[in-house]
Ligand binder design. Structure first.
Ligand SMILES: C[S@@+](CC[C@H](N)C(=O)[O-])C[C@H]1O[C@@H](n2cnc3c(N)ncnc32)[C@H](O)[C@@H]1O
Length: 278
């Protein structure tokens, strides 16, 4: 197979501007190697020999599908069940019991797992609810899983995971109870899959107008890719969409500190949740 020539500065600038415009992901020049390694297969799949050719093709109007392929190739989908376990412990010990008291009248809880990649995060939340809060079976529990990438959302909706994905973070009793073995894969059972509604949402494009006010938002391991201005803009929109006593979880390397946003840190067990109000 012909080698794809290495990336020149013009091609890198074009790709990084395109990715920033469409997803807000900032690619520093030190990430040129990443662009090269992720886009080389895309170029080849489209019968091109160089990334320059790929860039020439992208410059032509109307190639939405190719543009989407490039954006998807440049996003990182790393995730796992019960990732960084403490936010999930906090859900179980404090956050959901508190909501059960505070929402006793409306009996509705809205949870949003944003930038959810292949779905392990919203499915973890669904399993916790099913496993630890049987009284919520009669409530209206809405879990939304969203991501920019339609490809990864299709995988999330399928709910089929390989052995390595299942081994990462899932306790064996939950695997046996909530997954069905199909050949070498594990398929999440409908009772959990049907608790999550998956929809595409790009954080930096207008959000669906029908989003309900949220009680709990997970927005983890995605802000790290954005500029401080973009983080601020997104967190302000999340704040507007969060109930006054709602809570937000960020990734371990993410914080609202040093950003001009209206959140206060609320330590819960071994994690921090962010509540509306300074
Ligand atoms: C590293 S994964 C994090 C998955 C999960 N939240 C977790 O913490 O395990 C980052 C996800 O953010 C998504 N993403 C990147 N830019 C986005 C944007 N502008 N809007 C929505 N999702 C985005 C990617 O497609 C990817 O699936």
């Amino acid at each position: 197979m012909t080698a794809v020539a290495s990336l020149n500065t013009g091609a890198f600038s074009y790709i990084s501007a395109l990715v920033r415009d469409r997803s807000a992901i900032v690619l520093e020049p030190t990430k040129a190697y990443l662009v090269e390694s992720r886009l080389t297969p895309v170029a080849r799949q489209h019968g091109m020999e160089t990334i320059d050719e790929l860039v020439d093709a992208l410059r032509k109007p109307g190639l939405r599908e190719l543009t989407q392929r490039v954006i998807e190739a440049m996003t990182t989908h790393e995730t796992s069940f019960f990732r960084d376990v403490h936010p999930f412990d906090a859900l179980k010990t404090n956050i959901i019991p508190e909501l059960i008291k505070n929402r006793a009248r409306e009996r509705t809880i809205n949870i949003w797992s944003n930038a959810c990649s292949s779905g392990q995060e919203p499915y973890t939340i669904a399993m916790i609810i099913r496993e630890s809060f049987p009284e919520l079976a009669a409530w209206n529990i809405r879990i939304l899983g969203s991501d920019l990438s339609s490809q990864i959302l299709a995988k999330a909706k399928d709910g089929v995971f390989n052995q390595t994905e299942v081994n990462r973070g899932l306790p064996l009793p939950l695997v046996l109870k909530y997954f069905q073995k199909i050949g070498l894969q594990w398929r999440i059972k409908d009772e959990i899959r049907n608790m999550v509604d998956f929809r595409p949402v790009n954080l930096v494009e207008p959000w669906p107008p029908t989003l309900p006010a949220m009680d709990i938002v997970f927005l983890r391991n995605v802000l790290i890719y954005f500029s401080p201005e973009t983080k601020t803009e997104i967190l302000r929109k999340i704040r507007k969409n969060l109930k006054p006593d709602g809570c937000l979880f960020l990734g371990g390397a993410e914080t609202t500190m040093n950003l001009d946003v209206d959140f206060r840190r609320d330590p819960v067990g071994k994690t921090i949740c962010y509540r509306p109000g300074q």
